[in-house]
Design a protein around this ligand. Structure first.
Ligand code: GDP
Ligand code: MG
Length: 317
């Protein structure tokens, strides 16, 4: 264990000097979870907190990776040091993508963007623990902005996206997509909408659907700022400048006022909550291991007794 800790310390030292392989190894430690992940979290916590985090979410195939790659490449060729965390089983990096799509990510990487993809499964504690930890590693070593691409289906993915400073929801043109996004809970978390595949019919329908839904939710006051809608054809670079401009305008809006501290404080609380859930569920799992059925006893009663015993113990170091 002392050995592991010294590994983390030297990786942090080298990463601070700009060594990308060390950054990569730290990301792997966080992704695996467990004690080393905790050490990385402690070591990077004080160094982080400066980067703008952009979440890009939407249905599979909407064009998230295409937009992400274009943005990362563009920023890397100007004064930025962007990182991409692609939380996407169908990411061009994890295979399954056609050549043109993979080439786009590779170009971004060659331009200097740090690109990392991760599977959605197989992390101790799940995405809710791994993603904030990996973002913190990027942040600690000067990557800015950090772009998280997640598929906007499922509560965990939506939560991961909503933890970003600027949340971009990508829908495609055509009837019904905006409605689907609304159903998936994406409307409430959007700071910016992109209607992609504007080369296909129905782009203006999608825009109108979004405007209508935004109007309705404004009434209930869910949003602090009306989200902008930009139209893109990501594969052609059409609308890219507007897309980038809208992201930076939102960033300015955040940093001008109180918004950024509200976001960060919500994110901090969300992470504490995920970690608490994880710790408690691990102890609960462990105590299930020795449980034998007692004839005729009520499951509710037994669960309450077990909870009492767990809370009496000091299992959490
Ligand atoms: N016609 C058209 N195709 C696009 C556009 N943007 C992306 N695509 C294609 O749609 C497919 C899915 O894009 P991708 O970026 O991987 O979507 P993701 O699953 O949301 O990350 C790919 O084959 C892209 O080349 C667009 O604006 N117009
Ligand atoms: Mg993708």
């Amino acid at each position: 264990m002392a050995n592991e800790n010294s590994t983390v310390i030297s990786l942090v030292e080298n990463a601070s000097k700009g060594d990308r392989r060390s950054v990569s190894r730290l990301l792997t430690l966080v992704e695996r979870g467990g004690i080393s992940a905790e050490e990385v979290a402690e070591a990077t916590h004080k160094l982080a907190g400066k980067s703008h985090v952009i979440g890009i979410t939407g249905a599979p195939g909407a064009g998230k990776s295409t937009l992400t790659a274009s943005l990362a490449k563009d920023l890397a060729t100007s004064e930025y040091k962007p990182a991409v965390l692609a939380v996407d089983p169908s990411s061009p990096l994890t295979g399954g993508a056609i050549l043109g799509d993979r080439v786009r990510m590779e170009e971004a990487s060659e331009a200097g963007a740090f690109i990392r993809s991760m599977a959605t499964r197989g992390h101790a504690g799940g995405l809710a623990l791994a993603v904030p930890g990996m973002v913190r590693v990027f942040d600690a070593f000067g990557f800015n902005p950090i772009i998280i691409e997640t598929v906007g289906v499922g509560q965990v993915e939506v939560d991961v996206a909503s933890a970003a400073d600027t949340v971009v929801v990508v829908v495609t043109s055509g009837w019904g997509d905006a409605v689907q996004a609304n159903k998936a809970g994406l409307l409430e978390i959007a700071d910016l909408f992109v209607v992609n595949k504007a080369d296909r019919p129905g782009a203006s329908d999608a825009r109108r659907d979004l405007e209508l839904m935004i109007d309705l939710s404004q009434v209930t006051g869910q949003m602090s700022r009306r989200p902008e809608i930009v139209m893109t054809t990501a594969t052609e670079g059409e609308g890219f400048d507007e897309f980038k401009k809208a992201i930076f305008e939102h960033k300015e809006f955040l940093f001008e006022g109180e918004q950024i501290s509200v976001r960060r404080s919500n994110r901090w609380k969300a992470e504490v909550s995920s970690r608490l859930d994880y710790l408690l569920s691990e102890v609960a799992k462990k105590s299930m291991e020795d449980l034998e059925e007692k004839e005729g006893s009520s499951p509710g009663l037994i669960a309450r007794e077990m909870a009492k015993n767990i809370l009496k113990k000091d299992e959490f170091r």
